[in-house]
Design a protein around this ligand. Structure first.
Ligand SMILES: [Zn+2]
Length: 237
């Protein structure tokens, strides 16, 4: 790259995201021995007004003003610039790469009159710099705020763990398998017809079932007795 230093100086003036994309493109040119000269990147309002007056630019809303455009020209083997060389295969490859990276090429515009021009529309006109500026304007956290933030994060994490434990205990999902200690009571309760399934029981369900089991209320003999008693009561009426 014959004008490497000059090119980099020009690229460094671009808005941050445009600059990052432009350097990727520039690296592609380097890797493929595509010799170019970057003639202009960011432009002042006065310069733009001059271009409009001369007719070399048609708008005061140039993407150059906001650092989101660059102009380049193919460089010949003798170091000259060749404004007729944009359709040479290697330059076309470079332009294709620029488009792949998100640039718009001025040669694609009606009449194709702005072949040196690549612009990076990013998130909109002037947005590249503004976004970066907005980030810079954000006040960094003080040490105290950072400490509070970290404590808050820790608290949230602890609460999440507690919630998980609670959910498990009350069996929110309904598919928690019952603990070992409750299995006998659950089986007995199911056999006795007190429950239809041993699954989806909360902790307090399990305790209640266990209490009834401990009292012997799921015992087949007891069940039989209760039913007999019921029958007697009915018959006596
Ligand atoms: Zn341009």
């Amino acid at each position: 790259m014959r004008y490497d230093k000059r090119n980099r100086t020009a690229l460094d003036n671009l808005a941050p995201n445009t600059k990052a994309a432009a350097y990727k493109w520039y690296q592609f040119c380097l890797d493929n021995n595509i010799d170019i000269l970057i003639t202009e990147t960011i432009r002042t309002k006065e310069k733009q007004a001059e271009y409009v007056a001369k007719g070399t630019s048609q708008t005061m809303r140039s993407w150059h003003l906001v650092g989101q455009a660059l102009d380049f020209v193919p460089v010949t083997s003798t170091g000259g610039t060749d404004y007729t060389a944009y359709f040479q295969p290697d330059i076309q490859r470079a332009i294709a790469e620029a488009k792949r990276l998100g640039f718009k090429w001025g040669g694609d515009w009606s009449g194709g009159w702005d072949k040196p021009h690549l612009e990076y529309q990013y998130k909109g006109y002037g947005m590249d710099k503004k976004l970066e500026q907005a980030r810079e304007d954000e006040e960094p956290m003080t040490a105290e705020e950072k400490k509070q933030f970290d404590e808050l994060k820790e608290l949230v994490k602890k609460q999440a763990d507690t919630i998980k434990k609670l959910e498990k205990a009350v069996n929110v999902s309904g598919n928690q398998s019952p603990p070992e200690w409750s299995l006998k009571a659950l089986e007995a309760a199911k056999k006795a017809g007190a429950i239809t399934t041993t699954k989806d029981k909360s902790q307090s369900d399990l305790v209640n079932i266990q209490v009834l089991y401990n009292l012997g209320l799921f015992d087949p003999g007891i069940i039989k007795l209760i039913n007999l008693n019921r029958e007697e009561v009915r018959n006596a009426k």
